[in-house]
Design a binder for this molecule. Structure first.
Ligand SMILES: *Cc1c(COP(=O)(O)O)cnc(C)c1O
Length: 394
């Protein structure tokens, strides 16, 4: 037995050696240990609509989805996803060949990378990036090539020249995320047009993570990349019920795209989880058909929370980048006389009773991310008011 544990080489393979445990585990443990308000990890502290929870209960009681659902997802959900894409964006997908249900957007990203990359292929991705991207690219043996969003007066912006310069003969795909976590940037029509033109010109695939499609504020508009000229056939679009319906534990996500692309992702998915979330798939099919008023109310309530937290952070002395989308606020801590987000976040629970996440964890270029710290506002208004009060008293 002991011989088994004392092998000479490390257990975690070289491709993934740089990915230990995520910062969220460390920060959430800190929140528990100190009793701090956890604005680190992005999950809502209120469940989604009661009728959707009931739909899940009903499915479970009626024995729908308690056994392996069909590999691509139940037909009701695939039809609902296709209807949602048509109703909101005028995109039509065949539920049988162009829609795939996944174990959340996380599996959709991983399966897309494993399906579409050959070892050594380059993936151009917007930095800072969601933490699973780097690991998924690495699992597939790909190489990530970051294009860094830089702050200006309007928020974190994409430099289109930098994006063009990042594409080489080895680039296989662009990994895009809009609305963007953690910066809250929503890519504009002009930016998306340029991305689409680049993809067509260089014959690249595009994987676009649009899990915050329903969380855009003020004048911002979510425009799916697949709606741009030449994009439908080269784009894998990823969605998820977790963020839109406040059921992050259900892990129901999906992929839409051409039969060739979705078929490739499905080939991988069947050997990762095969299927998942049986009864929840029925409930999400109902959720996607909720009237527009649900989506409008959801957006309005999140905007109120954004404003609450943004005001509190501003009053506490942070520089706040008001997000156009998502449920995160990125701040700059330099006006507070701080410059290292890691050190700042490690002491914040003691100093102020609040947990946040250092944006540096989303960067390859840790220096570029050092002064930025992310707060989640998908929490009850009272919780946000209390967090704001604590931060002001820091
Ligand atoms: C939360 C999140 C995901 C993961 O979504 P799941 O459906 O919970 O797997 C993927 N991408 C981004 C940008 C996210 O913020």
């Amino acid at each position: 037995m002991t011989g088994m544990t004392s092998t000479a080489r490390p257990h975690l393979n070289r491709r993934l050696a740089e990915f230990g445990t995520t910062i969220f585990a460390e920060m959430s443990a800190l929140a528990t240990a100190t009793g701090a308000i956890n604005l680190g990890q992005g999950f809502p502290d209120t469940d989604g609509p009661e009728e959707i929870r009931e739909a899940a209960v009903r499915a479970l009681r009626e024995g729908r989805g308690n056994q392996y659902p069909p590999g691509p997802g139940i037909p009701e959900l695939r039809t609902a996803i296709a209807a949602h894409q048509r109703r909101r964006y005028g995109l039509s997908f065949d539920p049988d060949t162009e829609v795939l249900v996944t174990a959340g957007a996380t599996e959709a990203v991983a399966a897309s990378m494993l399906a579409l990359l050959e070892p050594g292929d380059e993936v151009v991705a917007l930095e800072p990036y969601y933490d699973s991207y780097a690991a998924s690219i690495a699992m597939a043996g790909g190489r990530r090539v970051p294009v860094t969003l830089r702050p200006d007066d309007t928020g974190f912006r994409l430099d289109l020249d930098e994006l063009r310069a990042a594409v080489t003969d080895r680039t296989r795909l662009l990994l895009i995320n809009t609305p963007h976590n953690p910066t809250g940037t929503v890519l504009t029509r002009a930016e998306l047009t340029a991305i689409a033109e680049l993809a067509v010109e260089r014959d690249l695939l595009v994987v676009t993570d649009e899990v915050y499609e329903h969380l855009v504020f003020d004048d911002a508009e979510h425009l799916p990349l697949a709606t741009f000229p030449g994009m439908r056939e080269r784009t894998v679009t990823i969605g998820s019920a977790g963020k839109t319906f406040s059921f992050t534990g259900w892990k129901v996500g999906w992929v839409t795209g051409s039969p060739e692309l979705v078929g490739a992702v499905r080939s991988v998915k069947q050997f990762l989880t095969y299927v998942s979330s049986g009864p929840f798939q029925y409930a999400v099919a109902e959720a996607l058909a909720l009237p527009d008023s649900y989506f409008e109310d959801f957006r309005r309530s999140m905007r109120t929370r954004r404003d609450l937290l943004a005001e509190g952070l501003t009053a506490a002395g942070f520089r706040v980048f008001a997000p156009a989308g998502t449920y995160f606020i990125t701040t700059d801590i330099r006006p507070l006389g701080e410059k290292d987000g890691f050190a700042f976040c490690r002491t914040l629970p003691e100093r102020a009773g609040v947990v946040a996440v250092p944006n540096a964890v989303f960067y390859d270029d840790r220096e570029a991310g050092a002064p930025f710290v992310r707060f989640a506002f998908c929490k009850k208004e009272d919780v946000l008011r209390e967090a704001a009060r604590r931060l002001r008293g820091m």
